[in-house]
Design a protein around this ligand. Structure first.
Ligand code: DC
Length: 226
């Protein structure tokens, strides 16, 4: 059987994980899996169902109605709720907040765990998230923890939002980011933390190209064949 490579990339929001992971995966010719999108889709589902995403008791009974699925096309990863492609809809500030809230509930994390593991079982991939190296793929062959200081991350997120045509004020983005970081780091289940065996990469002040090159260097040092 062909050898599979699992690369786990974790870190706080706005550290550049998805952009960097997507480009590194393309360069290596392996799959890129954005697990944040899965939590976002669950958050969006709850908002639409009129459920408060921060209340576990309200979210839990709705989970069995959530049908979330990943697909890949020329634009990369697409995410579906039932038959609806929600890849763009999950990027709004409301969906971001709802994602962070639902992700704090153990019942939601448990619900999504096997789905994430299953993807990595079948193909080489770079999977990014918050708990990939610690919980989802503790046996990943390579783990990288990507971080950058909060202001730098907020600046990047602002740029990304403007490019998407949904600009927001820097102060609001920074405040939301700090609030989300706190929730992601302090939740009792699978909090955001660096796995003991992860390589730390701080991208503060880096140009995107430098960060991509740094990740590729770490990957190629680990897997000479890639
Ligand atoms: O990476 P992102 O910003 O799209 O993630 C959205 C939210 O989902 C974020 O607040 C943290 C949460 N998340 C998580 O708890 N575990 C993951 N593996 C990925 C995301």
């Amino acid at each position: 059987m062909e050898k599979t490579y699992r690369i786990a990339i974790d870190g706080p929001s706005g550290a550049g994980k998805s952009t960097i992971s997507r480009q590194v995966a393309a360069e290596l010719g392996i799959l890129y899996v954005d697990t944040g999108a899965i939590y976002r889709a669950v958050g969006l589902f709850m908002l639409r169902a009129g459920v408060d995403p921060s209340v576990a008791e309200a979210v839990a009974p709705k989970l069995s109605s959530v049908s979330v699925r990943l697909a890949y096309d020329g634009r990369g990863q697409r995410i579906f709720l039932g038959d609806e492609d929600v890849s763009d809809l999950i990027r709004t500030p409301d969906a971001s907040r709802a994602a962070s809230q639902v992700s704090a509930h153990p019942v939601v994390r448990e619900f999504l765990l096997e789905m994430q593991r299953d993807i990595a079982r079948h193909s080489s991939c770079i999977m990014d998230g918050r708990d990939i190296g610690t919980v989802v793929l503790p046996d990943a062959e390579l783990k990288i923890f990507l971080t950058a200081d909060a202001e730098d991350r907020a600046r990047r997120r602002c740029l990304e939002l403007s490019e998407r045509g949904t600009p927001q004020a820097f102060d609001d983005v920074l405040r939301d980011m700090i609030e989300r970081d706190e929730r992601d780091k302090n939740r009792p289940v699978a909090p955001l933390r660096q796995a003991d065996d992860a390589v730390l990469l701080d991208t503060t002040g880096n140009e995107l190209e430098d960060s991509i090159a740094a990740v590729l260097k770490i990957v190629r040092e680990k897997f000479a064949e890639l």
